[in-house]
Design a protein around this ligand. Structure first.
Ligand SMILES: *Cc1c(COP(=O)(O)O)cnc(C)c1O
Length: 361
């Protein structure tokens, strides 16, 4: 067996111990005589998996009791519609900071339901920084304030949260959930697609403060109303059972093998520093993001020559370092180094890039 280091932005690597455990439990989950893929979602065994996953997420993320945890489908992209359908029902205004493609998509979708107001943007410089925000520009009567905490495509992240006062802060945390501790109390609602840092695709996690549930417009489709999923323990219909089970294994790995999010953060900072330090001293490669706004998870970089970029991506793949091609809207290269990417993978990448630089100088 020859496993590669996969730098894909998502779906992405899973921790090897998690994959091994899933393999070992594939035919017979805990004496049930079945795979988790085969069992009824109404069975006692699956109910146990569901409860345990929620409990683990609460423990690992330190989620306060006044927040509901929902296991949904439709990806982060469906949340771009569900959030306004459920929350944009008072003044029908919401504030948005445009820090990349995902925030822009969220703003465009919300504009179908109300006034989606832009209070900051870094579009002028290809989203290569987090804009300075002026709280005087925020709308005090907005139903919520939306940010994308880590920008998967452009490789920036908020290190300081906007001060939104009474207005609930909503954050898309698809590409940074579980990468470091997060003060959940600062937010009204958090959502994430699982396929970056939590497990396989098909599962979307929503963490929502109690008082924000039950505000949906009258004609909101049943499946798109948070209340439905709160009332039914995320089991109104068949949930993405196997993805939830894999998420449970990932959470156990973070808690029991890594030692929690504080430790996870330390590892992620070390990995990111390895790569950024290399880029900063390189005469061929350079990071595309303003230093203080650099993401720990997604690292875009360029040589300055599209031809050389392509050559580098191709040769890296041949060396077992795959999916380094930058997003089509940015070009160049991008290394996504989520939780499951081991330090050795980043070390190997840096060694490869140094050798490539020497050979192509
Ligand atoms: C990947 C990603 C999305 C889209 O997620 P889907 O699950 O494919 O809908 C949205 N926001 C961010 C920040 C992402 O990284």
């Amino acid at each position: 067996m020859n496993r590669v280091y996969n730098f894909s932005a998502g779906p992405s690597m899973l921790p090897e111990p998690v994959l091994r455990r899933a393999a070992a439990e594939m035919l017979d989950y805990e004496g049930s005589g079945q795979s988790v893929m085969e069992m009824s979602h109404r069975s006692k065994v699956f109910e146990g998996i569901m409860n345990r996953t929620e409990q683990l997420l609460r423990e690992v993320m330190d989620i306060p009791p006044e927040y509901r945890v929902l296991f949904l489908q439709g990806g982060a992209s469906l949340q771009f519609a569900m959030v306004p359908l459920n929350l944009m029902t008072g003044s029908k205004k919401a504030d948005f900071v445009l820090t990349g493609q995902w925030a822009t998509k969220a703003q465009k979708e919300a504009a179908r339901f109300g006034e989606a107001l832009v209070v900051g943007s870094s579009k002028d410089e290809t989203f290569s920084y987090i804009p300075e925000l002026d709280p005087k520009a925020f709308h005090a009567d907005a139903d919520y304030f939306h940010i994308c905490l880590n920008n998967t495509i452009y490789g920036t992240r908020f290190t300081k949260l906007p001060e939104t006062g009474e207005v609930p802060l909503v954050a898309d945390i698809s590409s940074c959930i579980l990468s470091e501790p997060l003060d959940v109390r600062r937010f009204g609602l958090l959502f994430a697609g699982a396929q970056k840092n939590m497990g396989p695709a098909g599962l979307t996690v929503v963490i929502v403060r109690d008082d924000l549930v039950g505000r949906a417009a009258e004609n909101t489709p049943t499946m798109l109303n948070y209340q439905t999923h709160v009332d039914n323990g995320s089991m109104f219909n068949t949930p993405p059972c196997y993805s939830i089970y894999m998420c449970m294994l990932v959470l156990e790995w973070i808690r029991d093998e890594i030692g929690g999010l504080g430790e996870m953060k330390k590892r992620n900072e070390e990995k990111a520093a390895l790569l950024y330090d290399f880029l900063d001293q390189s005469r061929m490669f350079r990071g595309t993001v303003r230093k203080q706004d650099r993401s720990l998870m997604n690292v875009p970089f360029v040589t300055g020559s599209a031809e050389l970029d392509a050559k580098c991506v191709k040769e890296a793949a041949a060396a077992g370092l795959v999916n380094l091609k930058g997003h089509r809207s940015v070009g160049g290269l991008r290394a996504s180094i989520y939780n499951a990417m081991p330090r050795e993978g980043v070390q190997r990448l840096v060694e490869f890039l140094a050798a490539f630089e020497k050979a192509n100088a």
